[in-house]
Structures are given as C-alpha cells and as structure tokens.
Design a protein around this ligand. Structure first.
Ligand code: ZN
Length: 407
C-alpha cells in the first residue's frame, strides 16, 4: 500500500514535469502566423524569459511540496495523530486539529515561494503591484477562510461518516448530496463573497462605454448593474474579465487593468464574449459537471475510508478520517489530471461558442484585437504544447481562438 501511494506521487510529479519540459521546448518553435504580431522582438524575448522562469519555479515548488509530503508520510503524520489524540478526545475535533496543523505547516512552508513569486518573478517582469501589507493581509485572510470553510465541510463529512459507518453507500450518497449543495453555494454565493474579501467592486463609470454596454446587455436581457469593475490593479498589472454567479447572482467582472489598457471597442467585444457565456448558460453546464465530479469524489472518499491497510501502512492503528483526506488528495491527483481532459475540452468548446456569440454582436476584429492585447499585456504563451493544452487549458490557445474568429 505504502509503495502504491509513493509511486503515485512520484509518477504524477514525473509526468507533469515531462509535460512542462515539452511545453517549454515547444514555446521556442515559430509562433503561428495569425498571432505573430502580438509580440515585437523585445516583447518576444520578455515572454520567453518569463515563461522559462515560471517553468523553473513550478518545477522547484512542486518538487519541494513532493519532498515535504514524502517526509511526512514516513512517520510524522502518525506521530501527529498520536499527539493530537492525547490532547483531544472528540474524534471530529481530533481530525480537524490534525488537518489544521498540516494545513498550517503547508501554508508556512509555502510562504517563501509565494513571496518569491510575487516580489521577485512578477516584480522583475513588471507585473507586480502588491504591497507587503496586501500580501500579508491576503495570506492571513485566505488562511482563516480555508480553515473555517474547510473545517466546516470536513467536520460535516466526518460526522456523516461516524453516523453511517456501517453503511458505506448511504454515506457516499449523503456525502455526494452535501458536496453538491456546497458546490451550488460556492457558485452562487461563496465564490462572490470570497472575492469581496480581497477586492472592491464598483459599477461601470457613467459615459459612452457604459451606454454602449447597457445597450448590448439589454439586447440579451442582462442587467448592466451586474457589470462590475474590480480593483485588480491593487495586486498586478495583468488584466482579465470573468463571469461569476448563477441565476439572479450572475455578474460580469471586468478588471480595472483591462479598462486601462483596452479601447472601448475592445472592451465591448470582451463584454459580448462574457454575455455569450450568460446566454449559453455555461455556468449551469459547469455546475452540472461539477455535481457529477462530486459524485466520483464521494465514491472515492467512501472507498478510501474502507481500506484499513492504507492507514496501517503509514503507522496509524486504524482508519483515520483526517489522514484519509490527505490520502484521498494524493489518489485524486492522477484522476484530476485525467478528468481535466474531457472537462477542459468542454470548457474550450464553450469559449469558442462565446467568441462566436461576441462576433455576432460586435465586429469580430474588435475581439481579435482585444485577445491580442490581453496576450501581450499578460505575456501569454502563444505556442503551448498540444498535450499541455489537452490537460490544462480551459481556454483554447490564442492562435486557435483567433483562427476561429477569422473564419
Ligand atoms: Zn470565456
């Protein structure tokens, strides 16, 4: 059992490293014709340097996490459990304390990486606008929210497990239902609430642009009040737009950096793309897929909790709920990689459809020019390896998106 888990961890690391190296090599090939004008020779060099640094950073960062996990599996996890069970009697609080210590350790060990990423890599490449104060606040807020939300969710699942120990399928079905409800809450409310802990959202300023957007929104039944500007410039110069919420809670978020960098025509085109997602009900589709995935997760948790050998192999005396969630996350990694293939494919198809919608509402040249601006400003990879696209890309590569718009 021990070696199955360790081989899985190593296997995933090696596989992802190979994909990352392939991707890095591929970026040196000639850039597709239709996006060749995104970078001038200076910009091209900047992008290559940024992409190489990101690749190296992720190798080291993932390697470090792997080593930490391998070390913890050699005994410290079991010792932590023995120590926690001496302090706390309640089994649910025991597993929460166990996971809380683990999470705290991981956040602490991850800090130097986060600092390096923000204040060295992003800083040197001209993206960073995060102050030390914002960084500290972000770290603390996300730590507290993760502990609170994660604790509530895992505590509830553990309580279900204690209640249905003798009937694993009942446990799986009820866990699935709970995870599905949680997913709906995340999509409808929690995600928005979480974003508001970090950023300020303001209505689009009055003026020409707002009037044009109002017309566009009205033609597809979308209220302009739900189009908000986010102060992304507080952290980074990178720009983006996103669609959040569902039903009555849906919103289009425009980064203020996007408003700074793009012409009104380009902004209208980006907005038309986001409205395409609303018209096609893409969030509902995504939610439906996530509910199915939650079903697989619930089965996975049920199975992991049924095999005592998983726990005894790592020095535990019996099945341990806290350790089960860690094992589950390890077993999940290859599954998530594989699931990513069909899920990202569906997502990329939705992106093409939203682009097509936008080009029906506005001049396609505006969206093409907006996509090029986005790529340039964010130093996007214009030449990703096809395998990398298949595994990780929720959006099609720029040249393919633009190719589809050019017809
Ligand atoms: Zn989109």
């Amino acid at each position: 059992m021990r070696w199955i888990i360790i081989s899985l961890l190593l296997g995933v690391y090696i596989f992802e490293t190979v994909v990352s190296i392939l991707n890095q090599k591929h970026s040196l090939k000639p850039i597709p014709m239709n996006v060749r004008d995104v970078y001038d020779s200076e910009g091209y060099k900047k992008w290559l340097a940024y992409s190489l640094e990101g690749h190296r950073y992720s190798l080291v960062q993932r390697g470090f996490s792997l080593i930490v996990l391998l070390v913890l599996l050699q005994g410290p996890f079991a010792s932590l459990d023995r120590w926690v069970s001496l302090q706390i009697a309640d089994p649910i609080l025991q597993s929460l304390a166990f996971l809380g210590v683990y999470q705290t350790l991981m956040v602490f060990l991850g800090l130097p990486f986060g600092l390096y990423r923000t204040f060295s890599i992003e800083e040197r490449h001209g993206f960073n606008r995060t102050t030390k104060g914002t960084f500290i606040r972000d770290t603390i807020v996300s730590y507290v929210v993760t502990l609170a939300v994660g604790g509530l969710l895992l505590g509830s699942i553990h309580a279900l497990f204690l209640r249905y120990t003798n009937n694993v399928w009942q446990f799986v079905v009820i866990t699935w239902a709970s995870l599905a409800i949680f997913m709906v809450l995340v999509v409808a409310f929690l995600g928005k609430w979480f974003m508001r802990l970090f950023n300020r959202f303001t209505p689009l300023p009055e003026g020409d642009l707002r009037a044009r957007i109002e017309n566009l929104g009205a033609s597809v039944g979308f209220n302009v009040k739900a189009i908000l500007v986010m102060d992304a410039s507080k952290r980074s110069t990178k720009s983006n737009a996103a669609f959040t919420g569902i039903g009555k809670t849906r919103e289009v978020i425009l980064f203020d950096t996007l408003l700074e960098r793009m012409s009104d025509d380009e902004i209208v085109a980006v907005l038309a793309h986001e409205l395409g997602h609303a018209v096609h009900k893409d969030t509902w589709r995504l939610l439906a897929r996530q509910v199915v995935v939650m079903g697989l997760f619930a089965v996975g948790i049920g199975v992991v909790l049924q095999v005592p050998a998983f726990y005894t192999a790592f020095g535990f005396s019996d099945v341990h709920f806290g350790f089960a969630t860690i094992l589950f996350s390890i077993l999940l990694e290859p599954v998530v990689l594989l699931l990513g293939i069909p899920l990202n494919l569906l997502s990329r198809q939705a992106e093409y459809k939203a682009d097509a919608f936008a080009s029906g509402q506005t001049d396609p040249r505006w969206l093409i020019s907006a996509l090029k601006t986005l790529s340039r400003e964010n130093l996007a990879n214009l030449n990703p390896h096809p395998l990398s696209v298949r595994l990780y890309y929720s959006h099609p590569p720029m040249s393919e998106r633009i190719g589809a718009l050019q017809g």
